[in-house]
Write a protein that binds this ligand. Structure first.
Ligand SMILES: [Zn+2]
Ligand SMILES: [Zn+2]
Length: 289
């Protein structure tokens, strides 16, 4: 078992603050997430234990959103699975989890969110954008602009899993309410926020760079899923839509993360999701902060 922490965790980047709000964290054998990974591969990298893996070779995956407070702006990145949504994956189906309570405990209110950034539109990155009122899905962050890339809007309508309608319950209502903006995957958002196109996991995937007072941070989204991929960057994740493009993105971004010394926040990294990337022989290693 890997310890699940749901208490608020936060980090400073210059005068900006980044806070993790956890929806859920579960552990299991690495092959569930990375088809080519085995428990033996995990045990080759003892630095993964105890925060990201256990001694038996299991790994954990967290679903969390990051809140960035910068330059007077409150930004929410990748608002998780959401409650009450019909989802193909049993672990995400019809959830009833206290995400909004944890969001409030961390000091935030939905009405104060001004910007919602989506690294991509998989079901676990858009869920809390809407909640159910009667028979309808209505926006949760009613004062926020919600950002989408055109390639992701196309992909979310193509990538259909049985019994679920991510566009219908989590994206369409935002457009209907006039709260959506379509942006470039490399858009400069101002306020020290800049997107960088990181395709492969999905075609229009983007990651968020944060700069404040000369310090830098990166919110990865799903171009990486677990610190194991610092040591084994060739490992494809089960949902990567283009494995080769995803590998090329990881190679490019790993070099960039190590070169800049940025604080890296892994969207699905469990337990201790923030740290720095250092070179470790022919690969890399993650050092938590
Ligand atoms: Zn994804
Ligand atoms: Zn994801």
């Amino acid at each position: 078992m890997i310890e699940t922490r749901t208490a608020t965790q936060g980090w400073k980047v210059g005068s900006a603050t980044i806070t993790s709000v956890v929806e859920d964290q579960q552990d299991g054998p690495p092959g569930l997430l990375f088809p080519e990974a085995t428990e033996a591969i995990i045990r080759r990298h003892p630095w993964l234990v105890p925060d990201w893996a256990d001694a038996e070779g299991n790994i954990a995956l967290r679903v969390q959103a990051f809140v960035v407070e910068i330059d007077g702006l409150t930004v929410l990145v990748d608002p998780c699975v959401g409650n009450g949504k019909a989802r193909w994956l049993p672990a995400w189906n019809e959830l009833d989890l206290p995400f909004l309570e944890r969001f409030a405990d961390a000091g935030f209110t939905p009405a104060a969110v001004e910007l919602v950034v989506h690294t991509h539109l998989h079901a676990d990155h858009v869920g809390w954008d809407t909640h159910r009122e009667g028979d309808e899905w209505v926006p949760t962050f009613t004062a926020a602009r919600h950002l989408y890339t055109a390639a992701e809007l196309e992909f979310v309508r193509e990538f259909l899993l049985p019994g679920e309608d991510v566009y219908g319950d989590s994206v369409g209502p935002i457009f209907d309410a006039g709260l959506a903006d379509v942006i470039d995957p490399d858009a400069d958002l101002g306020h020290g926020l800049r997107l960088e196109s990181t395709p492969g996991h999905t075609p229009g995937h983007t990651s968020l760079w944060i700069e404040s007072d000369g310090e830098h941070a990166l919110i990865t989204g799903d171009f990486m899923h677990h610190p194991l991929q610092f040591a084994e960057p060739q490992l494809a994740e089960i949902a990567d839509s283009d494995v080769e493009v995803a590998r090329a993105t990881r190679a490019r971004m790993l070099a960039e993360m190590a070169r800049t010394g940025a604080l890296v926040l892994g969207t699905h990294f469990p337990s201790r999701p923030a740290g720095r990337v250092i070179v470790d022989g022919a690969a890399w290693r993650f050092v938590a902060e």
